[in-house]
Write a protein that binds this ligand. Sequence first.
Ligand SMILES: [Cu+2]
Length: 694
Amino acid sequence: MVCAQDRVARWRGLLGGFVPLSILGVCLVGYNAPSLFLSFAAAPPADGALRGVLTPIVFTNEYGSRTAGDSWYPSFADSALVEPHRLTTLSTAAADDGASADLSRATWSVSTERGAPGPAVELVDGAWTVLFDAVGRYVVDVALPYGDCDANLAEAAASVAVACVYVRRSLRKLNPADRERYFDAFKTLMAVPTARGRRLYGGGYASLDDFVAVHLELAGDRVNDALHDGMGFVASHNALTLAFEAALQVVAPATSVPYWDYTEDHHLANEAEDRLATLWSLDVWGDDFFGTASGKYRTVETGRFAYAPIAKAAAGARVKSPYGYLRSPWNVNKDPFLLRAHSFCGASYGWLEGSLTTEASPIDTAWPSCKVHHELTFAVDSLYEWVWAAAYAPHGPVHFMIGGYTHCGDMAMAALHGNSSSDDLKASNVAKILGSVKQRTVAFPKTMWRYGLVEYPQACSDDTPQALCHMICDDPVSLGSFRKFALTGDMGENMFGDWVARLPVDLWGQFLELICTTPFTPGEQMGANSPVDPSFWPIHPTLDRLLQYKRIVEPFSSPGWESPDGPTKYCITDYDGIGASDCKGHHPWDVAPWAVAVDGDPAFVTNGELHAMGDPRAYALPYVYDDFTWPHCDAEGHVFPPPSGAPRPGADAAAHKHAAPEERDPDDRGPPGHDDDHGEKPQEMGSSRPGEAG
Ligand SMILES: [Cu+2]
């Protein structure tokens, strides 16, 4: 303790010593230089009254401490970030470490941006704590008696702007309590229907099935997918995630939807010997996370999501599965449980490090890597190009590799084995053809229906055996229908592989029989009901985070919704930019299908408005991301630099180098003569591109 007289003497001493100390700068060695200069800042003014100076106000919760201006968001350059419904500890201290500043005697006040009283700050076990209960801007003031030996010589005061926002964290960085809270709330939304939930939790509640139903209705439309394969993809999924997050928060107020940086999964699996086995055995598939799908039925059998049920669609639902579930019309699955096949009819994958131009094909599965996310960030400079690219290689394979296909029977084509005289159809080629058919389930069961080549049953009654509920082809399957299915332009080749064109005429019927009578069944993440799978939700925040980083670090030179060069194509069915389909859901002026919080209240906004709300320079969303670093990518040489452009210590930002694309094993190529379909951009009808499941 330094008493008043001593302190005044000390000021004098410091002031008196100033010149020589400055001249003999070297003499500072051994002193605590920073606090010395802070002491000068607190030097008594001419009137002789002491006024203390406080160190910055620090806001601490279980994830760490924040001070004003330490976030990467330009909108929060002057603010400290705090989180709603999470106990926050406030601290500050006298900058002059010689002064006595008894923090227990501080007076704190919190007010809203408009000056209304905010939440109370309370002294609990010697620490000042506050619980913000609503997203918004606040001001925190503190006054601290500043003096010594029981004499208040002055009062130090400080004021800081605070932004209270939810923080979306990496799924892998949630502390165990928060991870439990998130997945428990998820389970509640899964189990409690909307009407009952509203009685229990209030009007903001909505069940998971509510979100599944709307996503299914919009994505399961036969002609226009209003959520995918177009410019509305990112904004509509941001609206979906925001609305879902708000429903979760009704149950668990401190929760936010985590992001799953699945490039880390690529990084981890890529270093392993058996990459796919490693991919599916990572932590996120454990009982504490999404749960492991296993067994004959490929459903989760342990953990909180064990036997997660799939609901029946409401009476009169426009889009439902043949068995009446909240599933896609092309999903003939009879089983009532959440399905993740993780493979296509058991066919093994190749493993490729994809790039932005990769058309992710089941032949070479390209789980999104650091490389592709880096390219999306630094090799694209228009929003238009970014949104079109983001949906595919950087995102789509996560959905369809999780979902996969099953119920493929034994895929026998007896005649192919025994009766063929064709050189093309030696046994090894037959195996490859069947392997190709398996792998291409990623596209054809849906694509053939979308193009009107096949139908699915309006209804399969509950007692219809699975084997009898499948797509409906022309009856009898004719040579004409083979031409229609398999030889129409590029379509058949894209759907099945270029071997179809060489299939002998006498085998066409048998091939069609196989295709048309097998109850190929997609996992949920392959279909329009993908939000029913807990592993769906943390996927899109990952893209959103990448987009926010891009907008902070290297903003688009063409930030508009429209193509900077050439006609704008709003969705894949917008032929030649002339709007042949209405592309509903994909224009900036289309209203996003889920309400989002605007100034605290749910409101429907357009895709364009929602995108503007995410502008880091005029940020109006109720959440931020915890950080924008990708250490595992930096380690691979795909460096994500901080906003200044200055390299982080230890990171070679100048390099931006890419690892050479992995050499592909020619034996992984699948079907005979498979034509490399990598490198294609989004296409019109006629493509069998897997598209964006989810
Ligand atoms: Cu989706």
